[in-house]
Write a protein that binds this ligand. Structure first.
Ligand code: CA
Length: 232
């Protein structure tokens, strides 16, 4: 994944950059708050030092949160409870105090990413813009569901689903560990849980399976509903 590292200390930036690269991440490091704001679009997660030369880190955090839905972890020497609470309230997903153990920070990054991935998904009725969702790609075998771009590819080739077929697939992909009841899916996608007896949901699932050619992409939970197929 692509990390935005906001850190004005060269040695710290070097150490973090190396650790992130070792775990397969690409990194853009910036030393100033204003540069951070310029590079939010590409970031899939953000590590943010609060002591920056050009802007208070908490103020930067608030501004980042307005334009960037990616998971954000504060990594700072500020260790007072007041600072930590302020950071979390300003929108940080986690808060790590320097000096820290690198392995612990890397584990926290994974945890925050898992949590924000699970929280993402379709914009709800009160959140039509989908604000808060970053870039989300869910993979099953050679099938990829890109929740942000609303695209599905199989073996790298795009599969054209109808809007509603995509909505159903994205709903399952956003929370792949959960089994979703028919009523929940119908309520969420059709806006009417009482359609539960109708066959339209099954028709859409059949469409997803047929068009992707990956029948295992959606798993039927007999008598209850559907789930995204298992990882293999
Ligand atoms: Ca600093």
């Amino acid at each position: 994944m692509h990390a935005l590292l906001v850190e004005d200390d060269d040695r710290m930036a070097q150490a973090l950059g190396t650790a992130l690269a070792q775990r397969g991440h690409t990194v853009r490091r910036v030393a100033r708050a204003l540069d951070a704001l310029r590079h939010t679009r590409e970031a899939e997660f953000v590590l943010l030092d609060l002591g920056l030369p050009d802007l208070d880190g908490i103020e930067l955090l608030r501004r980042l949160r307005r334009v960037c839905g990616a998971p954000l972890i504060v990594v700072t020497a500020r260790c007072e409870e007041r600072d930590i609470v302020q950071g979390l309230r300003a929108g940080a997903d986690d808060y790590v105090v320097k000096p820290f153990r690198m392995a612990e920070l890397m584990a926290r990054i994974d945890t925050v990413r898992r949590r924000t991935d699970a929280r993402a998904g379709l914009p709800g009725p009160g959140d039509p813009s989908g604000e808060g969702a970053g870039i989300r790609i869910v993979r099953r075998g050679d099938a990829e569901v890109d929740l942000a771009a609303r695209t599905v590819t199989v073996g790298g080739a795009e599969v054209r689903l109808t809007r509603r077929e995509f909505d159903v697939l994205a709903h399952l992909a956003a929370r792949p560990d959960e089994v979703h009841s028919r009523a929940e899916i119908l309520d969420r996608i059709w806006g009417d849980a009482f359609l539960a007896a109708s066959r339209s949901l099954d028709v859409h699932v059949a469409g997803i399976r047929a068009k992707t050619g990956r029948s295992g992409l959606v798993r039927t939970v007999r008598g209850f509903g559907y789930q995204l197929g298992p990882e293999r």
